[in-house]
Design a protein around this ligand. Structure first.
Ligand code: DP6
Length: 329
């Protein structure tokens, strides 16, 4: 193996302020609704891809341990899209590390697939644009399309058959000095992955259509609020987007529930902060943790309140972070 065929990428995770939930095209992995996220400075995945003529199959180490069969198969499929675009035919050794808990609702698939695709494209030696990388990452995991970019990022909804959909940065990380304070409410992985959760919602939830109809309106409000740096506008639409998608998941059969009792305790804390006049707004993804959006000046107070909420294991304050960075070739 020569080091020439090797490259490393660091991609940061992102949290959707306007949520993606549901697919317009399962095969092409096209989201049914537009979403808008903030890339986070503190959470990232670092992945090295080494194409190697001696390998007969792709190999994947996740946080220093051999990946499971399904994890390897999904990574291999993502690498196939890289191989197809760049013309590389070799198999790869992939080493991927998260600096935060994997598959716990902290968007590890977003940073994971963004880093994998970016490292693979760079290792190929071909010049691949950020938009093309975002398109490949989207095929692996739609939220990963957003992690190619920094700051505030939108991903439109896909029309069936539209293979080219990619994310786009709407404002750089310096645009708005907000904080997302994360309250970790459990250890371990989530029970139902987001891909499965949203498919179950699409097939069985009686409120799925209402979610699809309303999500674009909430997305527009979030986008306007971000561009105008209006925390109240973003916060209100973000909370509605969060609660609407969770209502959709919870009303699926079998029900997809991501919250635990501590999630609800934290939500009550956020209500109390707001009652005291502090701009603090909650969002939850496919996991039990709560992320609270607030102004930079209020972050310390919000974090203290979350830390002293019953059941909260730890807290962390994040801010808008950068897009993917690659090196090694
Ligand atoms: C709740 O991007 O993980 O975090 O495309 O099937 O891989 P797949 O789903 P994924 O779903 C993310 C769902 C969410 C909301 C969001 O990030 O927009």
């Amino acid at each position: 193996m020569t080091s020439k065929n090797s490259a490393t990428a660091r991609a940061h995770s992102n949290i959707a302020l306007a949520k993606y939930w549901g697919k317009a095209d399962v095969k092409l992995n096209l989201p049914a609704v537009p979403s808008l996220s903030m890339t986070l400075d503190k959470f990232f995945t670092e992945t090295t891809v080494s194409f190697d003529s001696k390998l007969k199959a792709d190999r994947l180490l996740l946080n220093d341990k051999p990946a499971s069969k399904p994890e390897l198969a999904r990574a291999s499929r993502a690498l196939d899209t890289v191989r197809q675009l760049t013309g590389v035919e070799l198999r790869a050794q992939v080493n991927s590390k998260n600096n935060f808990p994997t598959a716990a609702g902290l968007a590890s698939s977003a940073s994971g697939f963004a880093a994998l695709v970016a490292a693979g494209c760079t290792a190929s030696g071909k010049s691949v644009s950020a938009t093309a990388m975002s398109r490949l990452a989207r095929q692996a995991s739609a939220s990963a399309a957003r992690s190619i970019f920094g700051g505030f990022v939108e991903l439109g909804e896909g029309k069936p058959g539209q293979a080219t959909l990619a994310a786009r940065e709407i404002a750089p990380e310096e645009h708005w000095d907000v904080r997302l304070v994360v309250a970790i409410t459990a250890e371990g992985k989530k029970s139902v992955g987001s891909t499965e959760g949203m498919e179950r919602s699409r097939k069985t939830s009686p409120v799925y259509e209402a979610w699809i109809e309303n999500a674009p309106k909430l997305f527009k409000q979030v986008k306007r609020g971000v561009l105008e740096r209006d925390l109240h506008v973003v916060g209100r639409a973000m909370e509605q987007s969060t609660y609407a998608f969770h209502a959709c998941a919870q009303s699926a059969w079998p029900s997809v529930r991501y919250w635990n009792p501590t999630t609800l305790e934290v939500l009550a804390t956020v209500d109390r902060l707001r009652a005291k006049g502090i701009g603090a707004y909650a969002t939850m993804d496919a996991g039990p943790h709560v992320k609270v959006l607030c102004e930079a000046d209020d972050a310390a107070r919000v974090r203290r309140a979350l830390r002293s909420t019953d059941g909260v294991l730890s807290t962390l304050t994040t801010r808008p972070g950068p897009g993917v960075r690659t090196w090694g070739r």
